[in-house]
Design a protein around this ligand. Structure first.
Ligand code: 2PG
Ligand code: MG
Length: 404
């Protein structure tokens, strides 16, 4: 492989119409690697800073000849060196000088250039130790939006269809069927009310969290019965977003951490939830541990804001048995190398990883490659919208030719 000949940054826009960074890495052989970075809305406190004060304009102002000079000449295929250089160039642990999204775009663009020049698919280049061959993730598909991803929706941020068929194609078919049924149920419930979709393509309606779960769980049951495919309800509460002053704030009521835990254990049992993400505030490891001790045998308990894909946070979670799974988002830590370190540690502990999109996405296709490369238990993605379906269609391509 040759070396990096040129690096450029530009402003592009994400699925919410917000500016973000796209990086292009050109090799001496004339091969281009290009990648844009996504953005979250319910960001965890411990994530790197996506942009410095002043946003994309400030990144473009700060990323000058000095930065370019350092990057040009690095051989392709040396991801760890490249990513270390990105961290050094920024100079701050939270990447707030050039922005975590700048590092993410550059890290991915460099990986793409290397993969293209060596004519290998990303999933193969990224394959983690111990992941034998192509292993396909379950689908964690967003059907109903709330929290920060919707206006006037339920407190819980995401009502998810967890589809666990052997073939990705069947999982996608099941998740899409659940999404359709949830929409039909919401229309039937309020025939004259407007029905919209949130940031990740899930439906948005003025329902209570519990009612939303009833609708989701019924839709999953019907899909199981009619399509004979395994699909079960799951939740991402993003609970830090409605936690303050020691209580979880619901419409018309509040719950202490202890009450929240009992409430959620009951929901797991009543609705057969197989996936619960961020059920408590991001600093409350203790409630996570208690909850996992109670339901961890029958339910995937996933930390997102709790860990923000950071190895040190994961280490603390492993010691406390806080969850049994971790959500993986590259731009929470800023580079692929940091992401791999966290994935490898989770795998060594026997934990499941779930590779995730962000609520503000770009229409890129690398996400399923990362899921397959890391033997992820799940791929979390919205089911509607070009920027989501681009990832799901790529998963189908990775799975091979369509049989019927
Ligand atoms: C989450 C994500 C993606 P955001 O909380 O898991 O669904 O949302 O990108 O807004 O952090
Ligand atoms: Mg989350």
């Amino acid at each position: 492989m040759t070396a990096v000949a040129e690096v450029t940054l530009r402003r592009i826009y994400d699925s919410r119409g917000q500016p973000t960074i796209e990086a292009t890495v050109a090799s001496e052989a004339g091969v281009l690697g290009r990648a844009g970075a996504p953005s979250g809305a319910s960001t965890g406190t411990h994530e790197v800073r996506a942009f410095p004060e002043g946003g994309v304009a400030e990144v473009l102002r700060r990323f000058g000849a000095r930065e370019r000079e350092k990057l040009v000449g690095v051989p392709l295929g040396a991801q760890a060196d490249w990513d270390l250089l990105l961290r050094t160039l920024d100079g701050r642990p939270d990447l707030s000088r050039l922005g975590g999204n700048t590092a993410t775009a550059l890290s991915l663009a460099y990986a793409r250039a290397g993969a293209t020049e060596s004519d290998r698919p990303l999933w193969e280049v990224w394959r983690r130790p111990g992941v034998a061959s192509k292993q396909f993730p379950n689908l964690v598909g967003n059907c109903l939006n709330g929290g920060k991803h919707a206006i006037n929706g339920p407190e819980f941020q995401e009502f998810l269809a967890i589809a666990s068929a052997e073939r990705p194609e069947d999982s996608l078919r099941a998740a899409l069927d659940v999404h359709r049924r949830v929409g039909a149920a919401l229309r039937a419930r309020s025939p004259t009310a407007a029905l919209g979709r949130g940031d990740e393509g899930g439906w948005v309606a003025a329902v209570e969290s519990r009612e939303g779960l009833e609708i989701l769980s019924r839709a999953c049951r019907e899909t199981r019965e009619e399509l004979h495919l395994p699909v079960h309800p799951g939740l991402d509460l993003a609970a830090s977003e409605f936690y303050s002053d020691g209580r979880y704030h619901y419409r018309g009521t509040t719950r202490s951490p202890e009450e929240q835990r009992r409430f959620l254990v009951d929901l797991v049992d009543e609705f057969g939830l197989t996936y619960v993400e961020d059920p408590f505030d991001q600093e409350d490891f203790e409630s996570f541990s208690r909850f996992t001790a109670e339901v961890g045998g029958r339910c995937r308990v996933v930390g997102d804001d709790l860990y923000t894909t950071r190895r040190e946070r994961l280490e603390r979670g492993i010691a406390a048995r806080a969850t049994n799974a971790i959500l993986i988002k590259v731009n929470q830590v800023g580079t692929l190398t940091d992401t791999f370190a966290t994935i490898d540690r989770a795998r060594a502990a026997g934990w499941a990883t779930v590779t995730s999109h962000r609520s503000g996405e770009v229409p890129e296709e690398w996400l399923p490659h990362l899921a397959v490369a890391s033997g992820a238990a799940g791929l979390k993605c919205g089911l509607m919208g070009g920027e989501r379906i681009a990832k799901l269609n790529e998963l189908l391509r990775l799975a091979g030719p369509t049989e019927s």
